[in-house]
Design a protein around this ligand. Structure first.
Ligand SMILES: Cc1cc2nc3c(=O)[nH]c(=O)nc-3n(C[C@H](O)[C@H](O)[C@H](O)COP(=O)(O)OP(=O)(O)OC[C@H]3O[C@@H](n4cnc5c(N)ncnc54)[C@H](O)[C@@H]3O)c2cc1C
Length: 498
């Protein structure tokens, strides 16, 4: 039987700097395969826009591998069934893939694959995709291990592959997954070519205004890298982005590369505790919020009656991307003001993001909902955010055309207009605020304070910090004891700033 290695592509859709592909092609012929799992794509966190991005990335990769002699094989079905089929045709020496820290479903699937490969005496070798590590890695050592990983060289494959005879399937048509109709006309296109173009454009033209514009939803649309979907789908490796941007020695590029560190820092948390996708960090925050479909829909459609918040949501619905601060504000409003469970609003947001990355996403959802107990809590005020980052209301007018004729002084608070009444008004077809901002924030603040005053709260919190807390300052200073205590105090502040 023909002896081969399988290179199982997951969320690493590239040839360059792909250690799994490189290693798999060293000694045996390699079968590069992507397995489309219907169950994965039918999860509520997944969406048409993400699938489109993935599809474009697959087409790109297929072409790249075709030029190397063996196009990407695409199969639809269960991973183990497909591996069984390969086993009937070839002698599988080993399976090579990257180490995935995905959602709970992929975690469970990987456990099944591990058992299958063990039972069949087939080696499964996994390689790092990011600076995220398996096993009992101590948080205190994480930052240094991360640094070492990214100091390695970029991996390039120069050889060509032998074409192997194995059944390939067409990428299924768009109605295969029964996705909801999704008009994300402003999203970036998937694929490595597009990703590289964006990276080069960003480095050449935008990185210098990265810090200055990072909080403005309209300016950051240009000045942020917007590389996140390419990182999520693995069209670009984090290492190549880091190496290219590190050549620019400015404050902005330093700020940018620190974000790449955060990327892995957050995913590491989910790697350490996969249940965080569903379960609160701190058990005292379980089930404190109340399901409300009306609030959830109004928020998700950008119809809360708060102009800047609605503009951000509508912009996200159209583009599949919005900057960090606005993501945090949207989540904070859902969790504190609307008081709906972060698990539900988090699913809605995940669907909208073409860069949906479970490790970052669920951690951020929890952070912006105050359930971690180790981060400073922030209740964002959408009126203040609007005045700060869109003083003239240009962004609001772009996304909430109902308000296009409103003057600058009233655009952030249209309810101050005399006789504001959506039923009678001919000109202002805009909703009234669905909640009282100050009252709901006050209630949220009280609730969090009461919970943090309960017996045993801080003891649990300390354990959470030991497991997941950032030690960034720790590896900069030698006197670990002092720095540790300092950062611990900071994390424990309960600063709710409206
Ligand atoms: C509620 C919420 C949900 C989020 N969900 C996701 C998600 O599903 N996928 C995702 O990639 N990011 C998520 N983020 C983090 C952040 O908002 C995005 O990474 C960033 O906006 C992507 O835009 P960019 O590529 O232009 O980032 P840039 O500012 O150009 O930064 C470069 C890269 O650094 C990483 N990065 C930047 N900010 C953060 C951050 N705060 N935390 C972790 N990594 C960061 C990303 O990989 C990003 O592509 C979320 C943030 C919040 C508040």
């Amino acid at each position: 039987m023909h002896e081969i290695n399988i290179c199982w592509f997951k969320k690493d859709l590239r040839v360059v700097d792909n250690e799994a592909l490189y290693e798999s092609s060293k000694r045996y012929d390699v079968l590069p395969i992507y397995i489309l799992e219907k169950e994965k794509w039918q999860q509520p966190t997944h969406s048409y826009r993400q699938w489109q991005f993935c599809k474009e990335s697959l087409i790109d990769l297929k072409e790249e591998l075709y030029l190397m002699g063996q196009p990407l094989i695409i199969r639809i079905g269960d991973v183990i069934d497909i591996f069984e089929e390969i086993k009937k045709t070839f002698k599988i020496k080993a399976i090579y893939s990257h180490q995935e820290t995905g959602d709970f479903l992929s975690y469970k699937r990987d456990q099944r694959v591990r058992k299958w490969s063990k039972d069949n005496n087939i080696l499964w070798k996994e390689y790092l995709q990011f600076g995220v590590f398996r096993g009992s890695l101590k948080r205190d050592k994480w930052a240094n291990t991360y640094k070492k990983h990214f100091e390695k060289e970029i991996i390039k494959i120069t050889k060509t592959f032998k074409t192997l005879p194995f059944k390939d399937e067409n990428i299924p048509s768009d109605d295969y997954f029964d996705f909801e109709n999704d008009k994300c006309y402003g999203r970036f296109k998937g694929g490595r070519k597009e990703g590289l173009q964006r990276l080069h454009y960003f480095i050449k033209n935008e990185i210098h205004s990265y810090g200055k514009n990072i909080s403005s939803p309209s300016k950051s649309y240009f000045s942020c890298s917007r590389l996140s979907p390419y990182i999520t789908m693995g069209c670009l490796s984090l290492k190549e982005i880091l190496k290219k941007t590190k050549l620019i020695k400015t404050k902005d590029s330093k700020m940018f590369t620190s974000r790449l560190f955060w990327h892995c820092h957050f995913i590491q948390k989910l790697e350490t505790e996969p249940e965080l996708e569903f379960k609160e960090y701190h058990p005292y925050f379980e089930n404190i919020r109340v399901k409300n479909d009306y609030f959830l829909e109004a928020w998700s459609e950008g119809k809360t009656g708060y102009p800047f918040l609605d503009a951000c949501m509508r912009s996200l619905n159209h583009n599949g991307w919005i900057n960090f601060r606005m993501r945090a504000m949207l989540m904070s409003f859902a969790s504190y003001n609307l008081w709906i469970p972060w698990q539900e609003s988090g699913i809605k947001l995940a669907q909208k993001f073409i860069d949906y990355e479970p490790g970052i996403h669920w951690n951020q959802c929890q952070m912006q909902s105050g359930t971690t107990s180790i981060n400073t809590n922030r209740i964002y005020n959408p009126i203040k955010q609007g005045k700060d980052h869109d003083p003239k209301g240009t962004f609001i007018k772009q996304w909430v055309p109902e308000l296009k004729d409103i003057s600058e002084d009233l655009i952030h608070e249209p309810w101050l207009i005399n006789n504001f009444d959506i039923n009678n008004s001919q000109t202002l077809n805009y909703v009234k605020p669905i909640i009282d901002l100050k009252l709901t924030a006050l209630n949220a603040r009280k609730c969090l304070f009461q919970i943090s005053s309960k017996e045993g709260y801080w003891n649990i919190s300390k354990i959470i910090y030991e497991k997941h807390g950032s030690r960034k300052s720790t590896f900069k200073r030698k006197d670990k004891k002092i720095v540790k205590r300092k950062s611990l105090n900071k994390q424990f502040e309960l600063d709710l700033n409206l």
